[in-house]
Design a binder for this molecule. Structure first.
Ligand SMILES: Nc1ncnc2c1ncn2[C@@H]1O[C@H](COP(=O)(O)OP(=O)(O)OP(=O)(O)O)[C@@H](O)[C@H]1O
Ligand SMILES: [Mg+2]
Length: 198
């Protein structure tokens, strides 16, 4: 079945090959897809919250991919696999693994050396992770969950509120969020840091 997915501001379109990876044949609309993904993500959160996790486990390619696979594995065949095509955003597909490795080493260093306050470490990690765009889709939600994992598991602090709304919908918080991401791209992490706790 041909599905026509509409894209909200700041979402990357899937190419044909990625659309082929849809595991649930009955999904026909963006709304249904959002719902299945959301259910899958909620299950992944249950799986996560029972596990104690150390920085040495969290900051590995294996774990980064495992989280993505748990979040979307019931919906997308390519869940947990790095992207094989280039997008208008993100690094070239050939350097995903290398760029991620650099980020993971940096993050472990930040944690071991208290380079920034906990919230800032988590949000800086989230921002650099989403800039790489490891996966065909779901990078935004994956990066926000990774920040939640860092703040909860490593620093024992409450998870972020991310504008306290459903960022998938085209709403004011989403516009604020994308603006904050772009400001972080330009080198100022502050708006994204505030948004994460708003
Ligand atoms: N114009 C932009 N410049 C830089 N980063 C952007 C831009 N638009 C979106 N982003 C980033 O890309 C993410 C969306 O990527 P992707 O579609 O892979 O993730 P998602 O989980 O499906 O979406 P979302 O984050 O919207 O829930 C956003 O969360 C944001 O971090
Ligand atoms: Mg998307």
């Amino acid at each position: 079945m041909e599905i026509n997915l509409e894209y909200h501001y700041g979402q990357t379109p899937l190419d044909e090959e990625e659309k082929q990876g849809l595991l649930i044949a009955s999904i026909a609309t963006q709304g249904e897809l959002d719902e299945f993904e959301q259910q899958n993500i909620e299950q992944s959160i249950q799986w996560l919250w029972m596990r104690p996790l150390k920085p040495e486990t969290i900051f590995t390619e294996k774990f980064i991919r495992e989280v993505h696979r748990k979040m979307y594995g019931q919906v997308w065949r390519w869940a947990g696999n790095f992207r094989k095509t280039n997008k208008n955003l993100g690094v070239d597909r050939w350097v995903i693994s290398t760029e991620l490795k650099v980020l993971l080493e940096d993050a472990l260093f930040w944690v071991n050396n208290n380079s920034w306050p906990p919230d800032e470490m988590a949000v800086r990690f989230k921002h650099r992770l989403v800039s790489i765009r490891c996966f065909p889709n779901g990078n935004g939600r994956h990066s926000r969950l990774m920040a939640d994992i860092i703040i909860e598991k490593i620093f024992k602090q409450p998870v972020f509120s991310w504008g306290a709304s459903d960022l998938i919908q085209q709403t004011e918080p989403r516009t604020t969020y994308i603006k904050a991401v772009k400001t972080a791209d330009a080198g100022d992490i502050q708006p994204l840091l505030s948004f994460a706790r708003s």
